[in-house]
Design a protein around this ligand. Sequence first.
Ligand code: UN1
Length: 503
Amino acid sequence: MATTGAKTYRNYIGGEWVDATSGETFESTNPATGELIGVFPKSTVGDTDRAVEAAKDAYESWRLVPAPKRAEILFRVAQSFVEHKDELTELMVQEMGKVRAEAGGDVQEAIDMTYYMAGEGRRMFGQTTPSEMPDKFQMSVRLPVGVVGAITPWNFPIAIPSWKIAPALVCGDTVVFKPATDTPALAERFVEIFEGAGLPPGVLNIVHGGGSVVGERLVKHPDVPLISLTGSREVGIKTAENGAPFLKHIHLELGGKNAIIVMDDADVDLAVDGILWSAFGTSGQRCTAASRVIVGSKVYEPLQSKLVERAEQLKLGYGLDEDVDVGPVINRSALEKIHSYTEIGQGEGAKLLTGGEIATENGLDKGFFYRPTIFGDVDPEMRIAQEEIFGPTTALIRATDIDEAIRAANSVEFGLSSSIFTRDVNKAFRAMRDLNTGITYINAGTTGAEVHLPFGGTKATGNGHREAGQAALDFYTEWKSIYVDYSGKLQRAQIDEFESPAP
Ligand code: UN1
């Protein structure tokens, strides 16, 4: 495609907008129409190193800015996100493809996260505890760590950068941001908003380019002690391996294979609403998407027929059109991967109930559209019930009781989100305890996490860290324990005994 007239973007390093030293570029295009969005610098290891250098320099003064003052900038950023919400929403529909309401939700999630983390500027609580000794005071405080490498995905192109960058900044860390190459224009606008809010030069830098060059250099750079990555399981493992020789702190937010359980006593219509939203919202491209539905044998038939009927009514199209329910998937290779799973499912003997094809009618062939796809009679061991597809495909699995349902739900390598529809409080509490995931919903689908609770998963979904809420602060700070002895004499812990008052 011709690049004439398209906007050319740059990196932001040390407070300056600069080209990549290679002079090479890559393009971002609209996944619904194929139109060019912009041309971006294909950065090198040298560009990445310059950004790290800038972030390292800026850290020395940023860490000393009082946290409530750092937070004032974040409050201004959040306010600016509010003012630019419509513009960012439209750009997100154009660059990432999700429909307008969902794109607005993505921006809103960044607004919520930025306000929440700005509030931490006046909290960031530690503990004060009594001492075993007289005339001794002790407390724990959070201290920043240094430069954060924030490596973000395309599926929540404004929200997820805010999950990493807002807590990092309020905690006193500085950041080199490497956004996904499918959504670089949104990342650029994100950074411009921080620049406009008065963030000092070098505190937040953006370096565009591929994961194998920029991302890998951040992970292997000795001056980047923290890496936060949202991405695939494979990239997560590689990141942990590459960071291990430096003993880096690595936060990984990886895949999901999330299940909705529908028990025989459930409100089936409510469950169908939840399944449609969780399986086909964002064209199934959420880590939290419901790609399995485990259904009690008594409600299986009515649920299946209602779900298929409703899925067939969903309108595919360009997300800026108000009556569109499902947008495109992100790019051609995603489309091909999703379709290959339809073939795998059919080969495994699962029953294709609806969808299963690339949609091309009425101009949809200009973009990457896949019809909402439902497989029935799926065995929990089949690949379509085990592997992350990251598209609008879900698999119906039968279960005779809660034990079988929970066993099936837990039978995958991932553990991000799960849900149960039931009106039986005992079953709901069993599920809350026994579903092995970081998030569980009762009588709602698997998507829709809010910013003030921890977000993340068990097993291969990550490595035990969480984003969002108070949990995020544990990643972006180090605890320091401080003991102050004001007795004026040597008091040896665990050795010198304080004489208790006589009985
Ligand atoms: C993701 O898909 O990586 O809970 C994030 C949700 C959204 C965030 C999803 N608030 O579905």
